[in-house]
Every structure is written in structure tokens, then in C-alpha cells.
Design a protein around this ligand. Sequence first.
Ligand code: NDP
Length: 487
Amino acid sequence: MSIPRLQNFINGQPMANKSGETIAVENPATGEEIYHIEVADEHIREAAIESAREAFKIWSATPAVERARVLHRAAALLRERNNELAGYEVQDCGKPLQEAEAVDVVTGADVVEFFASLAPTQVGQQQDLGGDFYYTRKEPLGICAGIGAWNYPLQIACWKSAPALAAGNVMIFKPSEETPRGAVELAKLYIEAGVPAGVFNVVIGAGEVGQWLTNHASIEKISFTGEVPTGKKVVESAASTLKDVTMELGGKSPLLVFEDADISQAVSAAMLGNFFTQGEVCTNCTRVFVHESIMEAFMDELVRRTQNNIVAGDPMNPDVNFGAMISKKHQELVMSYIEKGKQEGARLVTGGTTLSPDDAPDGYFIAPTIFADCTDDMTIVKEEIFGPVMSVLAFTDEDEVIRRANDTPLGLAAGVMTQDVKRAHRVIHQLQAGICWVNSWGASPAEMPVGGYKMSGIGRENGIETLNQYTQTKSVYMGMVDLESPF
Ligand code: NDP
């Protein structure tokens, strides 16, 4: 059987590469090759830049209300195609269909809709200077690049392209080589919605395609989602041409469960923040700090619900709520962290093994894993694992837990579970994280800016402020009286 090919999407259509180089993409739940991607070669890359340059002339001159109308159509198409697109995400990522149908496409569509609505609200200022005056224009940056991770491929492509396009920019997007289909589907859908050819091009391939984007002199901004070490390389490379950067990087986020918390709600937050998308979520609360006085009750419910309520298996089965790791390599990496946890003295309470479900025996599954009696110096407590591995730590006092929660170079997310409203605000204001939840975990509506403190990121996605990051202010001074010149 011949394996289908996925081509780069340039200037409104799929484009064949000339080098013939391809990379195989696997379905992580079956281990089968599902298609090959054609790697973006020199010919594709040049075409991507050239068509983006031409498209920018058209799109940046399109009235904002018209851009909004087109993007609203794209959001409507995303919703119409929800189940089909969710299915592609499941095949590429190994995540459960029930999640992809409820979250992945919808949260992408929400953000496209949100920025479509904001597009016509971008206004400049005018100020009188006593005869002369000046005014400002909010102008787009030009060609922006988006580089995405593999955990939410379509959603990430939407989150990056929506504000860029709403502000009148064009984007060249590079998805992860492991999950490229979502971005190509989005590119097709944008064309159908009326986005001009070349406004959203997709170049596919491995990290070196991303590196080419970060080096290219014609690209004005990079919006990157991925690991901290890759993020550092991107910033370094972007510095050579002084590009603007938005960095959405990794985390090791704390959830603080105080003695007055609703225990069932706290367990829900801990499970959502460790086992949703089988643990492959950047904001995961992988460090769960629980007050010692409620530790036993918390652990009892946590272990019972983890053992009884998680259904791993073929992610296309609508009853399955727990999918496969993205690749065999990643499965091995996560297992190596589990081994380190055991060696360093954490108490394995449940999980800790690979899984081979009856209906997906060759998938790269790992059982939801919980370690108790963890201490701050353990590797599993310090490093991002990006898998279903929860570390539970005991604490006794508010100041102590705040200090320990902040004792990390990362600062993506944080959460507090308490019934005491004063404590909730007091504690959350002291936590060094860009995305915080009180008595909740994981929701990321389009309206809410998200991004990291410390080494978890630079800049924000979503929310009104993000649109500003895709514009630059031009000041125009208007001379109304004759210049006085000493020359
Ligand atoms: P990586 O950093 O490995 O890759 C991210 C993207 O960068 C991929 O498209 C990758 O290509 C590309 N890339 C690799 N090398 C370079 C380079 N030198 N220059 C430019 N681009 C390059 O991250 P993962 O894909 O493994 O994603 C998981 C990580 O993403 C986790 O750390 C997670 O926390 C983080 N993340 C952060 C989010 C946030 O909003 N803060 C959201 C989601 C994930 P390829 O993979 O094809 O080689």
C-alpha cells in the first residue's frame, strides 16, 4: 500500500519539493506510519518568502473590517469541521478523540474569532501641538513566523496566526515534524474562508526548517512554542537580525492544596493538570503541594480515582480518556524519569509502567503515575517530564510552600486550592507564574492572556494585549507652520 504524502502549503496550494526528501509520520497509538511529509527545501523556502512578501502588500492594505469578516468565516469553518479536524489531531498526536473534539479545534476557533473581532479596534492617536500636530498609526510588522510544538498542533497554529493575521501581518508557520497535518488543514481552510494566497504559508520539516526561519532577514517576528533549550536557540538566532520574539516554553508548575480546600475539587485539579492529554501539556501542575493535615484524605481519593476512572486505549474510541505518548523516544524518556524517581527515593503509589491496551497494543502508552513523599531536590520534581507523572509533596506552612513553589527557574502556571478568599489572593499574588488558577486548573479562554514568567517565556498569547505585539507604532509629525532654520 502506498503511503500518502503531505506537501508544503505555499501561496494558496500544496507545493512539491524538488529535493525529494521526506520524513515519515507515525500514529503514536498504533506505531504505524500514516503519511510522509515532504521536507521544505530551498525551492519551497524561497517560494514561501516570495509569496508572503507579495501577500503582505495585499493583506496589510485590506481594511480591518474586511480582514475580520474573512477570519470570522475561518472560525465558522473550523467549528463546522470540528470532528474531522479533531480526528486528524488524534491520529497525529495519540490524544483521546473525546478531548480533541471538545477542546483542540474549539479553542483554536475561539481565538480566531476573538482576534477577528478585535481587528477593527486598532486605532492610532492624534495630539495637537499648538499648530503642528502628530498622529500615530498601528502598522503590521510584515512577515511573521510561527513555530509550533507537537502537543496541540492545530490549536497552536490558530493561536499564532489569528493575532498576526488580524493585525494585517502574514505568517509562515512551521509545525512539528511529528504533527504537521493540523497546520496544513488550517492553511487550506483559510483559503476557503477568503484569506488571500500567501498570507498563511506552511513549511514542513525538522528543526533546521525552524532554524532557517529564525535566521531569515525578511522575517520580522518569531512566535515560538516549545522547550526551553530550543527557545534559547531561537532567541539567539533571532538576535542576529533583531527580530521580535514571543516564547511559549515549558513549565514545572505548582498546585498548592491548603488544609481548607475542597478535597474532591483539589483532586480534580491535580488529575486534570497531570493526566489530560496524557500529561503532555505545558501548564501541567506536576508539583502538587498538599497540606500535611489533609494528605491522607487527598491521596486516598487521588489514587482511587486514578485507578478507577482513567481509560487508556485506542484514542479514536469515544470512551477512552487517556492516550499514547507522542513517540517511542518520548515514551522512553518519560520512563527514564520514572526510574529516576524510584532511584531517588520517591514512593511510587500507582502506575510507573508502560501499557499495552487490548485495542492499541503497539501504542506508546504510559500508565498514569503518581509519586508520593517527594522532596524538592528530586529530578522528577525539578525537571519538566511532559508525561503523566505527578509528584506529590507535603507542606506545613503558607510561607514555606510559597518559597518552595517559587524555587524553580520556570514560571509558566500556578494554582491555589482554598476556601479562604483572602488567602487565595494573598498567595496567588506571590507566586511567580504568568498563568494562575484559583480553585480551578487548565482553562485557557481566548480572552485571557497566557505566557510565562522567568524562563517559561517572553510575551503573551491571547487576550487583547497580544494584538499589540503584532503591530508597531508609526508616529507622524505634521508641520503646519514654516520651519524655523538657523541654516
Ligand atoms: P521542541 O522545542 O523540541 O520543538 C518545538 C518546535 O521547534 C518544533 O517545531 C521543532 O521542530 C522546532 N525546532 C527544533 N529545533 C529548532 C531550532 N534550532 N530552531 C527553530 N526551531 C526549532 O518542543 P516539543 O515539540 O518537544 O514540544 C514540547 C515542549 O513545548 C514542552 O517543553 C512544552 O512545555 C512546550 N510547550 C509550551 C507551551 C506554552 O504555551 N508555553 C504549549 C505547548 C508546549 P521539530 O520538532 O520538527 O524538530
